[in-house]
Design a protein around this ligand. Structure first.
Ligand code: F6P
Length: 410
């Protein structure tokens, strides 16, 4: 009797991001090499249940999608599968729904189900796995907030978009001597704001992980003015808390797991303008960060993730999620990736480097961080050189940082 064709399912779930199609293509190509036929479920997990909707994926319909943003399978962060309702709140999926999804996988004779998604979608994948579905996970999100992986694909593309926006804002801010506020996405993690802020030459970066005050933001603006810089670029993460600790949120859409963040950029622009009597404008970058072609970094990462997810299925490593632990692509049990949000460490070298350049985080800078101590211990000759110069102490911190950077570069 002829052996039944080996089959593998794939779905993309949650908010889309650049690189989803690259994962699909990577998975299909490598699955075909191992003799699997692939099917893709439409609109995330919804395609698994009535009305069951899927498409056979092959060389023909996945050819040319490497560079395309979005997902050819469609996606949703609403609907019947909602397993995450807040930062730490997990909701149990309906047992009948899971039974229906399991029956679909059995009827289609799936050797494995590759679930591509962020924390909420991977929580669903984990519950399905615990229910007996041979699921494996692939981490996707522009927010880069999943633990156990150094990067999620989509993040680099979002940072490139936010950096491009800052580059553009830079020239118009300088021409008009204005304060420009750029609000970026990222939910409760400040990764996009931090990386774009550094890459795009931001002057102030406000992120959820560092408490800030309007006084310090205004102080930075005035400090720049005193040095002849009549404009300031402020990057604010949508999930940064206001000084009182409040999050700025919109309406929670019906049937949607988590609250919708956004609006803090306008508040920052208005308050700074009110306090300093300066012109300020706000740009909310929004979903532009999720669109467009993936960067080369994301294409490579997503392609590797797709291929590795197939290997996980092939070796029956169900319940695991592909991860990037430089330089390796590896895997971890899904709960390790979704149990804790990956946030910016305020003492990380990225933050310390930003501070060293004079970028303000709107706080009163902590001076006794481990980085500072390592920094002093590792390169004393740079400090010595400056300390020998009498005029150094008379200059402000911003100039000192600029000069130190110039010395290191030369
Ligand atoms: O998780 C990705 C993300 O783009 C967040 O950065 C943002 O808060 C959210 O999704 C927006 O979701 P929606 O597309 O449902 O408005």
């Amino acid at each position: 009797m002829a052996e039944a064709k080996k089959r593998l399912g794939i779905l993309t779930s949650g908010g889309d991001c650049p690189g989803l199609n690259a994962v699909i293509r990577g998975a299909v190509k490598s699955a075909n090499q191992l003799g699997y036929e692939c099917i893709g479920f439409r609109k995330g997990y919804e395609g698994l249940v009535d009305p069951i909707t899927y498409v056979t994926l092959n060389h023909k319909n996945t050819s040319g999608i490497l560079t395309q943003g979005g997902t050819i399978l469609g996606s949703t962060n609403k609907g019947r599968f909602v397993a995450k309702v807040g930062v730490d709140d997990r909701a149990e999926l309906d047992v009948e729904l899971m039974a229906e999804a399991r029956a679909t996988c059995e009827q289609l004779n799936l050797a494995g189900l590759i679930c591509v998604g962020g924390d909420g979608s991977l929580e669903i994948a984990n519950q399905l796995y615990e229910f007996g579905i041979p699921a494996v996970g692939v981490p996707k999100t522009i927010d880069n907030d999943l633990s156990a992986t150094a990067f999620t694909f989509g993040f680099d593309s979002a940072v490139a978009c936010a950096t491009d926006a800052l580059d553009r804002l830079h020239t118009t801010a300088a021409s008009h001597e204005r304060i420009m506020v750029l609000e970026v996405m990222g939910r409760h993690a400040g990764w996009i704001a931090l990386h774009a802020g550094i890459a795009g030459g931001g002057d102030v970066i406000l992120i959820p992980e560092i408490s800030w005050t309007f006084d310090q933001v205004c102080h930075k603006i005035l400090d720049r003015e005193s040095r002849g810089k009549k404009f300031t670029l402020i990057v604010v993460a949508e999930g940064a808390e206001l000084p009182g600790g409040a999050l700025v949120t919109g309406e929670k859409a019906e049937n949607q797991g988590q609250e919708r963040l956004g609006g803090i950029g306008h508040i920052v622009a208005e308050e700074v303008s009110r306090r300093l009597h300066r012109e300020a404008r706000c740009v909310v970058l929004g979903h532009l960060q999720r669109g467009g072609p993936p960067t080369t970094f994301d294409r490579v990462l997503a392609t590797q993730f797709g291929a590795h997810a197939v290997r996980l299925v092939h070796h029956r490593r169900f319940g695991e999620m592909v991860c990037y632990q430089p330089p390796d692509i590896d895997s971890v049990p899904i709960p390790l990736a979704i149990g804790r949000l990956s946030q910016v460490n305020p003492l990380s070298s990225e933050v310390q480097a930003a501070r060293a350049l004079g970028i303000s985080f709107g706080d009163v800078e902590a001076t006794s961080s481990p980085f500072d101590m390592r920094h002093e211990a590792r390169i004393p000759e740079i400090g010595d050189e400056f300390n020998d110069r009498d005029e150094f102490d008379d200059r402000d911190d911003g100039n000192r940082a600029e000069e130190a950077a110039a010395t290191v570069m030369s």
